[in-house]
Design a binder for this molecule. Structure first.
Ligand SMILES: Nc1ncnc2c1ncn2[C@@H]1O[C@H](COP(=O)(O)OP(=O)(O)OP(=O)(O)O)[C@@H](O)[C@H]1O
Length: 258
C-alpha cells in the first residue's frame, strides 16, 4: 500500500516552534486520528501533509516521492483536504460547489457521467442532496460543513485529511460523517482526522497520533494510546473510560488536573 509519511518535520512560525522533529506515517484503507490540545500543532501538521505549508526541515513523502515533487494537479487528485475553518464566501449553488471537487480530474471545467455520479454520491452521503440548488452561503454552519465534506468526497482522493470534521455537525450528522469516513477507508482511502471528541476518536481510529507542544507524545493502536495516563499528559484532564451497551468505548473528560 502506498504510504503517506512525514519524517523529522520541524517548523517555527514567528520564531515559535510549532512542529519539533515529528515523524510518522499513514496507511491506505485505514483511519488515523490525530489528537491533542488546542495549539498542539495538529492543523499545522495537516497543512504540511497537504503541501500547503513547507516545513523548515524534514520531508513529507507519498509512495516514497517527496510531496513537493508531485505536480499540483496530481497531488490534488491524491490528497483531499478539509480545512478547519472553511467558510463559504462565494455566491455559488451547492451542487456547483461540490462539483469543484472534480476539478483536479480535468484541469479545466468540464463534466462527464463519472463526475456527475461522484458528485451525486458525495451529496447523498453527506445528506446535501436536499439543498443541491440553494446558495451555499445561505446554509447554516453545519450544512456548509457537510457541503465542504461532499466536495472532498466528490474528488475521490486516495487520501482524505479532515481537520475537525465533526465540529459543526449535529449528533445524527456526526454519526453519518463517521460512518462515511469508515466506509471510505474500507474502500481503500487513507483517512486522517483531527478530532477533539475522544469517544468518536476511540470508535473510529485504527491508529492514533497524540500531539503536545509540537511533538508526538504517543502513537499506535487505540488500546495502547487512549489511556488515562496519555490523555492526562495530552490535555491535563482526568477521563472516565467506559463502554456502551454494545461494548464500544465511551470516554468523558471528568476534571482538570491541577
Ligand atoms: N500563521 C501563524 N503564525 C504564528 N503562529 C501560528 C500560525 N499558525 C499557527 N500558529 C501557532 O502554532 C501553534 C499550533 O497551531 P495549530 O493550528 O497547528 O494547532 P492545533 O493543534 O490545530 O490547535 P486547535 O486544536 O486549536 O485547532 C499554535 O500555538 C498557534 O498559535
Amino acid at each position: 500500500m502506498m504510504a503517506l509519511r512525514f519524517d523529522d518535520l520541524t517548523l517555527a512560525l514567528r520564531g515559535r516552534p510549532v512542529l519539533s522533529n515529528v515523524s510518522g506515517g499513514f496507511s491506505r484503507a485505514s483511519v488515523t486520528v490525530i489528537l491533542g490540545a488546542n495549539g498542539a500543532g495538529k492543523s499545522t501538521l495537516l497543512s504540511c501533509l497537504a503541501a500547503l505549508r513547507a516545513p523548515d526541515s524534514g520531508v513529507v513523502t507519498l509512495g516514497g516521492r517527496p510531496l513537493v515533487a508531485i505536480p499540483a494537479m496530481e497531488r490534488a487528485r491524491q490528497i483531499g483536504l478539509l480545512p478547519q475553518q472553511a467558510d463559504i464566501h462565494w455566491d455559488i449553488n451547492v451542487r456547483a460547489l461540490v462539483a469543484l471537487g472534480r476539478l483536479p480530474h480535468h484541469g479545466r471545467w468540464s463534466h462527464n457521467a463519472e463526475d456527475d455520479a461522484a458528485i451525486d454520491e458525495a451529496m447523498e452521503r453527506t445528506d446535501c442532496a436536499r439543498f443541491a440548488n440553494r446558495k451555499a452561503q445561505r446554509l447554516s454552519g453545519g450544512e456548509q460543513a457537510r457541503v465542504l465534506l461532499a466536495r472532498v468526497l466528490a474528488g475521490k482522493p486516495d487520501w482524505i485529511l479532515a481537520d475537525e470534521p465533526l465540529a459543526n455537525l449535529d449528533p445524527a450528522h456526526q454519526l453519518d460523517a463517521m460512518a462515511c469516513f469508515r466506509t471510505t477507508a474500507t474502500a481503500g482511502t487513507g483517512v486522517v482526522l483531527v478530532l477533539h471528541d475522544l469517544t468518536q476518536a476511540a470508535r473510529i481510529a485504527d491508529h492514533l497520533i497524540v500531539m503536545k507542544d509540537g511533538g508526538i507524545i504517543a502513537a499506535g493502536p487505540v488500546a495502547q494510546v487512549l489511556t488515562p495516563a496519555v490523555l492526562e499528559v495530552a490535555y491535563g484532564v482526568r477521563v472516565h473510560i467506559g463502554q456502551d451497551e454494545t461494548g464500544a468505548p465511551v470516554i468523558a473528560p471528568i476534571a482538570r488536573i491541577a
